[in-house]
Design a binder for this molecule. Structure first.
Ligand SMILES: [Zn+2]
Length: 242
């Protein structure tokens, strides 16, 4: 194979490796962002559940306070009953006591109902806690994996770039210029094989005479349709070892 052709193919492989790395480098942060979003979503859900549970507990504490207050009010009212001066006042305090009793009973009932809900929710909270721990563990794991991939990718890119730089430095400047110009136009491969008179870059037929010349030409040849640098993929069966 032509010496220049071989170095261009090597450069092309190196360029492809670099573009793949660049594409990956773009994808990894996107994956990371998706991961973060999903994790934060789960965390928000769990926090909300936990907050509503704490809210219930606060409501229950409030009932306990109200109950204690009712107890105190009741004791004070009963004390007042002992120093009552007339029947009217007596009746009024009795009515007051009845009111306090009723309120106490209501609060007690509300407290019992709250306790019931808290019991059920605390079971659910345990489940949610367990499942969130799982989510958190997977998140940490995946995050560490992506960070590691990013680091490895950076190292790989650096090596690729060094390799690419030295390949470009080693090749003839004019050749690299031509290669880069075609690459800019074609966006992908620059050096392509020709199989059975068909250019593998644009899949068009090249003239038979040109196909024959490909075997013997000392200069690099280009496809007349897509301008890519072409070569015959396999030497004809009847050719010697040259
Ligand atoms: Zn072509």
């Amino acid at each position: 194979m032509h010496k220049d052709l071989q170095s261009l193919i090597t450069l092309q492989e190196s360029d492809s490796k670099l573009s793949r790395a660049v594409a990956e480098k773009k994808i990894l942060p996107e994956r990371m962002a998706k991961l973060e979003t999903a994790y934060l979503e789960s965390k928000k859900e769990f926090d909300q559940f936990q907050n509503s549970f704490n809210d219930l507990k606060n409501q229950y504490r409030d009932k306990e306070r109200q109950l204690k207050q009712g107890h105190d009010d009741l004791r004070k009212a009963k004390d007042r009953l002992e120093s009552v001066k007339n029947n009217k006042e007596y009746q009024a305090i009795l009515k007051e006591i009845e009111g306090i009793q009723q309120k106490k009973e209501d609060v007690e009932l509300e407290g019992i109902m709250l306790l019931d809900v808290i019991d059920k929710k605390s079971e659910e909270l345990k489940e949610q806690e367990k499942s969130f721990q799982g989510v958190e563990g997977k998140y940490e794991h995946d995050r560490a994996f992506i960070m590691d991939e990013l680091q490895k990718l950076d190292q790989r890119m650096e090596t690729c770039q060094q390799e690419n730089d030295s390949l470009r430095a080693a090749a003839a400047e004019a050749l690299v210029k031509k290669y880069d110009a075609i690459r800019k136009l074609c966006r992908d491969v620059v050096v392509v094989p020709v199989r059975k008179e068909v250019c593998q870059g644009c899949h068009m037929n090249i003239p038979p005479q040109m196909y024959n010349e490909l075997q013997t030409s000392a200069a690099l040849m280009s496809c007349p349709h897509c301008n890519r640098i072409i070569y015959r993929e396999e030497p004809p069966e009847n050719a010697g070892s040259g």
